[in-house]
Write a protein that binds this ligand. Structure first.
Ligand code: PRP
Ligand code: URA
Length: 208
């Protein structure tokens, strides 16, 4: 698995704002979307293209367009939903699937409660979205679920990761590409990322 850590100063700046307890729901949602768009721009740099003939107001020319099946964007519910519009701003024609996973508050193990993916998933570039990679349990389960339904070319975008989550995902799925907005220090006793940003789903949806 390749792991790419974001270095762009704008991504770093926006992640700092995201972390602050004083950042309210509306601003938090906007930041998640903006960071997802900037990470998506980097992560989709290898999308395949093909040359087509077009006519400009000046002359005819050959110019590249995206080729192959449209990418499949797959947010992990709930928090991944906050990243979807950022990616769709880049690739409006992308298909969108959903995976519902929830961590058990005691064991911290993920439980799948929903999975619906675009058809011909095996022929699409799959982009999984989840802002938080903590123990890695949810990420491993999300990739398991997509592979079980035929997905092969998989990228995983997370905004904040713990070292534990990165190594768990790398060991379970060495063939995927992981993009990390910021690598944090560690997990606490409740398996929350430190310093992190708290509960991403609650902060996006204003729940407690
Ligand atoms: C959060 C987060 C990830 C998961 C990460 O979701 O969005 O999916 O925890 O933790 P892990 O790496 O230890 O599995 P949560 O289960 O809280 O559900 P929610 O998005 O519905 O709040
Ligand atoms: N899920 C979150 O939303 N935040 C964490 O820090 C860990 C898991």
């Amino acid at each position: 698995m390749s792991v790419s850590y974001m270095t762009h100063p704008l991504i770093k700046h926006k992640i700092t704002l995201l972390r602050k307890t004083t950042t309210g729901t509306g601003e938090f949602r906007k930041l998640i979307e903006e960071i997802a768009m900037m990470m998506g721009y980097e992560a989709l740099a290898d999308l395949p293209t093909t040359d087509v003939e077009i006519t400009t107001p000046i002359e005819n020319c050959v110019s590249p367009v995206m080729s192959g099946k449209k990418p499949a964007v797959v947010p992990v519910l709930r928090a991944g939903l906050g990243m979807v519009n950022g990616i769709l701003a880049l690739v409006p024609s992308a298909k969108v699937g959903h995976i519902g996973l929830c961590r058990d508050p005691e064991t911290h193990l993920p439980q799948e409660y929903f999975c619906k993916l675009p058809e011909e998933i095996d022929q699409r570039q799959v982009v999984i979205l989840d802002p938080m990679l903590a123990t890695g349990g949810s990420a491993v389960a999300a990739v398991d679920a997509i592979k079980a339904r035929g997905g092969r070319k998989i990228k995983f975008l997370c905004i904040i990761a713990a070292p534990e989550g990165v190594s768990t995902l790398m060991q379970a799925h060495p063939d995927i590409q992981l993009y990390v907005g910021c690598l944090d220090r560690c997990l606490n006793g409740n398996a929350y990322i430190c310093p992190g940003l708290g509960d991403a789903g609650d902060r996006i949806f204003g729940t407690a």
